[in-house]
Design a protein. Sequence first.
Lengths: 275, 167
Amino acid sequence: MKPKPFTYLRPANLNEALQALSRFGEDARILAGGQSLLPMMNFRLVQANALIDISRLDPLAYIREADGEIEIGAATTQAQLLEWPMLREVAPLLSAALPHVGHFQTRSRGTVCGSIAHSDPASELPLCLATLGGTVVLRSPKGERALTADKFQTGMLATARRSDEVVTAVRFPKRKPGAGYAFMEMAQRHGDFAICAVAAVVIGKIARLGVGGVADKPMTREWSGLLDGEIEDALNDFAWDLGGTDDHHATAAYRRELVRRLGRRAIEEAAKCSS
Amino acid sequence: MLELKEGERHPVDFVLNGKPTRALAEPRMLLSDFLRQELGCAEIHVGCEHGVCGACTILIDGVPARSCLTLAVQAAGRNIQTVHSLEAEDGKLSDLQEAFRRHHALQCGYCTPGILISAERFLRSKANPSEQEVREMLSGHICRCTGYVGIVEAILETARTRAGARS
């Protein structure tokens, strides 16, 4: 329950962080809030040779609105985003999902980008990113690239980040006029990992649903012009296609049932909020 | 760039409950072990060591944090508060601590220092919380004795009393 020895680095700016990452190679890890990384290091599921602490890089702690998106820097905590006065207006899905991310006592340290870089299939923020079709900004000594959620998220705790890259920001599309949003999840206790989480966006006749906690990464599906009688079959197909399995939290059958029921409820609530 | 090599002990300067403090830590040392074992803070209760139980919760620059999910070297230059920061210098308990006593909000007391410090911070951000909000905040702590009823009562009563004192 203690991490293996490692070297601790505190770069003064992003360039130094990139240098450190190149120097220590693929066993080095970026430390921001540490709320996912340190438990894994305590369990020795992750064995890093170096931790590069970016939590004090103030230029990376920001929330910015631009071009129909909000951009959140790598040092911004989940609590800072949740407390941002514009959140409900600008990003209603994030506003609904964030209270489910960990607890009051972990959101205060855990970062938005860290959760997305960690890419736990049951996490709420990667699910929001996938459902809204957001973007991840990555920086390496060679330059910057931006990947959409479907390109970035590759599987269980796996992303397209290269070993010399730092996730410097994430971008979420802002609320679209006339669209409705809803987020729901089932967990054993509030703040625990979701057994199943759903995020829904409804714009006119188009309904888009994201599901977390069932497949090895957040999965989305979009339907156009679904009639009342068709939604059950559509959700049932989606639930089976996700290929959930039994584990000690829930059976595969229970997870399929959650996809059908929470999925329906979320789409209906999003439809109610849309205009 | 600050670089602290593995296997070596490095000085960490910070403020602990208002007092400037210095001690040595390897990079791998958790802040929970650092406070309890190097600095004798017996109020740091180490439970799960992966951020779930909440017993080791402290404030770092006024922000709640799991000390088991923080490295000792990350405390450098920070203001660290444990549950002892709540009581007066003569050891007199705070209103929140007194309310915990009145409502039997603890039995074995293992979870209590973490709950107290995070409840104090919570009440500062939400002066008039609902029971639901208190319970959501408490989802970040595990108490195996009380069933939480007394804890919720103590926190709500403190909020009411403070609101009464302000008006």
